[in-house]
Design a protein around this ligand. Structure first.
Ligand code: DGY
Length: 443
């Protein structure tokens, strides 16, 4: 593998997708700024353009709502951009909290920003500038976490719920199936809409189904009809899920807020409380001793969602499990469900390979994604699981090298045809490739 060439290609993609204000996740399919994408992209850019990395996050947080909510999309102003749902559909201005003069969606995404800031600080050569940036951003990220704990954790458990699959970031994950199936679209009024994501015929095959979209749209309509009022949505929304990926990432970012707050001389009592409670509750409520993995919890049905996805490994990155639990997770990862025989499987499939309905090329229902691999890699390193961490890293790099900077990849090494799925020139695949390759060079 020519790692120098990979680095060059990754940088070119990030340069090409930068529009002077933010980096598009992919030029045609995702022409605006996405929340967790921006975090991963800033991290990759930090290696060669810290200024751009900082501008990326500044642009994202311009869209932060006055109640702290950080939207999943901050819309750019390109009139050629084709994306559904756009600002007219979201009608975010119905909320008194939406920012004036910035068009955004009305839901959030996994809160990666705390740990991204901390990583950027590690990468930065000029620590004075980097520290000033931490000072600028810390209150904004703190406000986001405060929003999550105040408005998305009604029982005060330390577990934050998502109310739309897009908030989880893993849009059509099988985790959501049962909750979405309870939305009986035949009985409901779904506002008319036109999908724009099916224009690329290759990507279209891998995208969520029409039934998925009807439900996504139904939920957005429910939110806007309630003027994005958290309490009213909580009362009526059929989809409320505590997800181990979202809460695992939150935990890592809580930890980062504690480190940043200490560095810049802030009172860190609040993030410390959040951090302790979230870890405790994830272990009490979401840990599955039998499977050696974390589950999601359906707050509406009041039950665990017993579906084996790689989201259940993500609490490793926030150091949520103890060493014994992490070792059980490693065994699950090595089992036929996820890793199995290394010569047959690219790590890490997003859905158990043993599931009857696993689909190796369909978005979040089986394919390998570089961001989840990167989170898993970082998580494994925290438990000194060097060998598996290295395998996850090498598989990620080999996939990128063999197929290009696709959005996601078929996990079968023996897969016939193309292994790269979705859109190509995907920004976070490029950004995290840079971190995989350049991180070790830091002093
Ligand atoms: C999409 O449009 O597919 C995005 O994932 C939503 O965030």
């Amino acid at each position: 593998m020519d790692t120098e060439a990979l680095i060059r290609q990754a940088r070119t993609i990030l340069d090409t997708n930068w529009n002077g204000q933010f980096t598009k996740p992919a030029p045609s399919l995702y022409p605006h700024q996405w929340n967790w994408d921006a975090g991963f992209i800033a991290l990759g850019n930090a290696y060669h353009s810290m200024t751009r990395a900082m501008d990326e996050l500044r642009h994202l947080f311009r869209g932060q709502w006055q109640n702290g909510m950080l939207p999943q999309i901050v819309f750019g102003d390109d009139p050629q951009a084709r994306y559904f749902p756009g600002p007219d559909f979201w009608q975010a201005h119905r909320s008194p909290h939406a920012p004036a003069g910035v068009a955004t969606s009305g839901i959030s995404m996994p809160p990666v920003h705390g740990f991204v800031l901390w990583e950027m600080y590690q990468i930065a050569e000029d620590k004075t500038v980097a520290r000033a940036f931490l000072k600028e951003m810390y209150p904004k990220v703190l406000a986001l976490h405060r929003y999550l704990y105040q408005h998305r954790d009604p029982e005060g458990e330390g577990l934050v719920y998502i109310r739309h699959p897009w908030e989880g970031g893993t849009d059509n994950s099988p985790i959501w199936d049962a909750a979405l199936a309870r939305i009986d679209i035949a009985q409901l009024d779904i506002p008319p809409y036109e999908r724009k994501d099916l224009q690329n015929p290759k990507a279209a095959e891998h995208r969520p189904t029409q039934q998925d979209y009807d439900r996504y749209v139904y939920l957005v309509d429910l939110f806007r009809q309630r003027d994005y009022d958290d309490e009213r949505i909580y009362a009526d929304c059929p989809f409320l899920i505590q997800d181990p990926l979202f809460n695992g990432v939150l935990s890592w970012s809580n930890e980062a807020l504690i480190k940043i707050g200490s560095l810049i001389g802030e009172d860190i009592a609040e993030p410390m409380q959040w951090h302790e409670l979230t870890i405790w509750s994830m272990n009490e409520k979401l840990w599955d001793e039998e499977w050696g993995i974390y589950n999601a919890y359906d707050l509406r049905a009041q039950e665990i969602i017993p579906v084996e996805t790689s989201s259940g490994f993500m609490p490793l990155c926030g150091e949520v499990p103890d060493q014994e639990q992490a070792e059980a997770m490693l065994r699950t990862l090595e089992s036929a469900a996820f890793g199995g025989r290394p010569e047959e499987t690219w790590l890490c499939p997003t859905y158990s390979l043993l599931a009857e309905d696993v689909n190796f090329q369909k978005y979040w229902r089986g394919p390998v994604w570089i961001n989840l691999n990167w989170l898993l890699y970082r998580g494994l390193l925290r438990y000194d699981m060097e060998e598996m961490a290295e395998r996850v890293k090498q598989h990620s790099l080999q996939l990128l090298d063999a197929h290009g900077f696709f959005e996601y990849f078929d996990p079968r090494r023996t897969a016939a045809g193309e292994g790269g799925c979705g859109t190509d020139t995907f920004s976070w695949s490029a950004a995290l490739c840079l971190d995989f390759l350049l991180r070790e060079s830091l002093a």
